[in-house]
Design a binder for this molecule. Sequence first.
Ligand code: R5P
Length: 278
Amino acid sequence: MSWGLENRLSRIIRPETGRTVMLAVDHGYFLGPTSGLECPNSTCMPLAPYADTLMLTRGVLRNCIDSSVDTPIVLRVSGGNSVLEEDLSNETIITSVEECIRMNAAGMALSIFVGAPHQHQTIANLAKLVDEGERYGIPVLAVTAVGKDMVRDTRYIGLATRIAAEMGAHIVKTYYCDDFEEVVRTCPVPIVIAGGKKIPEREALELASNGVASGAVGVDMGRNIFQSDSPIGMIKAVRAIVHDDVSVDAAYDIYRSEKADSGAAAPSSGDLEDDRKV
Ligand code: R5P
């Protein structure tokens, strides 16, 4: 692994703890103006200081994020479809590695859709991106999107994460499932947990806690942070779990206390309908 690639990886997974809190705000790449992310600048800027990385598209980065932000950037580089399409797996590479370098990205993120109609294409996209990433010293985060008919279990998640690692991904993002230790055991690269649809705050903290207890190096979480009634409270609470190994109770107290201090508004609608099993 080149020095540059290792250096960028250490900006994503914090060397002090070997863990990471990635903030996923790339939803608009196929969902458009997602609830809570209608104006990415006002959502992301207050959260950026608490995130180890921001995961987003180049369009949002260029137009909505101040260039003085020093939170490392993981650029989503796959896409090309919209929620209006039944089959979302028909993705291609939408942002070149040169653009990632220009935008000073610490990493590149791409989805693979295992078990979906365009499985082959997306896995081949990943392999090509890894070649490019290795050439220029940029790590690749593979987002394992699972086909609509597939059950999120160790067999299936294990299949998707292992394929991502075999293609050369440096980090894999996937969904938590029962017996997640087995998924971690059979995937030779670090795994981060996706948050999924908005759920009550305490449950989202349990998810993060279970993920790291099972061996994940952290989270790449979006809606359960930015759709919370206290996004800063949630990201602080998630950080405490990921980096300080605090209990769910202690983390929930962090969330509640931040919410009380900031006089949080009513809960957001959380009306996002992302029914992909990703
Ligand atoms: C999935 O393809 C994208 O990377 C999403 O932005 C990400 O999975 C969403 O994170 P969350 O499920 O925590 O909102």
